[in-house]
Design a protein around this ligand. Sequence first.
Ligand SMILES: Cc1cc2nc3c(=O)[nH]c(=O)nc-3n(C[C@H](O)[C@H](O)[C@H](O)COP(=O)(O)OP(=O)(O)OC[C@H]3O[C@@H](n4cnc5c(N)ncnc54)[C@H](O)[C@@H]3O)c2cc1C
Length: 405
Amino acid sequence: MTDKIGLNLPTYSYNAKHPALIIGAGLAGCAVAHALAKRGYRCTIVDQHATVAAATSAIPAAVIRPMITGNTLQAQLTNHAFDFCCNSLPKNIFIQCGLLQLVKTHAAAPLDKATMDMASLLCTDDASTVANTELESDAWHIKQAGWINPATLCNHWLDHPAIEYKPNAQVTALHQTEYGWQLLSNDLQVIDESSLVILANASDVKAFDQSRQLPISQIGGQIDYFRSSGSALRTIISSNRYIIPGTQRSDSQLIVSGATHHRDQAHSCVTAADTASNKLAAESLAPQLSLANNAELSFSGLRCATPDRLPMVGALPDTAQFLNDYRDLRHGRPATQYPAPPYHPGLYAAIGLGSRGATQAAYVGDLLAALISGDHAHASTLQSLQPSRFLIRQLRRGLAQAGPA
Ligand SMILES: Cc1cc2nc3c(=O)[nH]c(=O)nc-3n(C[C@H](O)[C@H](O)[C@H](O)COP(=O)(O)OP(=O)(O)OC[C@H]3O[C@@H](n4cnc5c(N)ncnc54)[C@H](O)[C@@H]3O)c2cc1C
């Protein structure tokens, strides 16, 4: 397939006796550890923090939902990932309270049967009854959608005899040896080493020479908890923003409103402007909730985003070698004339989960575990998610060049 030049999957596969080292104990890293452990691998997961889910995955509540409109690759991936969540996450962790997607215009209806099957269209009155609050438009009702507390899910995933958690270990560099990769600390001590290393440390992959070139950006965002004195909300209500009911189980009047988006943020911090924006958004979704003016709890974090908004899942390209081997890609030579794409042996990534990390993590973990264990059943999906896809696109456009030999 000419459109897949340079995206061939790595040909090496690992014996499950090889332990895997995973950097980053957020949703991505914990999902990969869990999926590899299920396939018989021993895993060590290393994080700079004392506890798991201490960075972006520290968000107290995240929505798990499909995309019911559009037939893009992003929608297909999200919907597979959503199905995967419905079939694999424990019911006491994935709280399937349902979601109402407000219909702004009926032109934005689901496009295919698969997505139609996930949602039913309710008139405004019926949608209001389901939500237990007055709504102002018709809505698609997605009964299986819901929310999770990511830290609870991460802890659940790591609760496996084949997984060891190594806290308070910041990896500052990766050093290649004859055997594999050493994870080095700031004072150049070897934290651990293995022939199989997975980078799941979101935007911080930029700290490593081998992954510095990956085109990722950070999108800041905030959610806020507001007390409602209206009737208790029963479902998630969503448009371009969302509100989630009763995520503090003892307190059903506390609703979450999210999330704001700020492109290219270097740091995250809670701001009054975002709290005000979340309050306005919540009031426009469900005007009868009667929210208190001040937020009782706020959380801000950084999403790690890719240019095409799909995660990066797969082997890490050896960029210098890639630029050399594929330097005349823009001239359109046949696929057979190119060597196999050069990857750093044993080095993989699961990053760039963006705004849908809670929905996508379990599926991403499963895809990467399949690739590593030599199961190419999902080859086509994995090719679409290869970290090298951006390099290929740049080479095709003549925008990337090999350095001096
Ligand atoms: C405001 C907001 C709202 C959101 N809402 C939703 C939602 O409703 N639904 C949804 O699906 N998604 C949502 N998301 C997205 C979701 O939260 C993220 O996609 C997901 O948490 C990312 O997980 P991760 O494991 O990739 O990154 P992280 O959780 O950031 O994990 C990376 C880990 O790597 C560790 N690390 C980094 N560098 C190093 C190093 N050098 N050495 C050791 N450890 C290191 C960090 O300590 C961290 O624990 C939201 C995000 C934000 C910010």
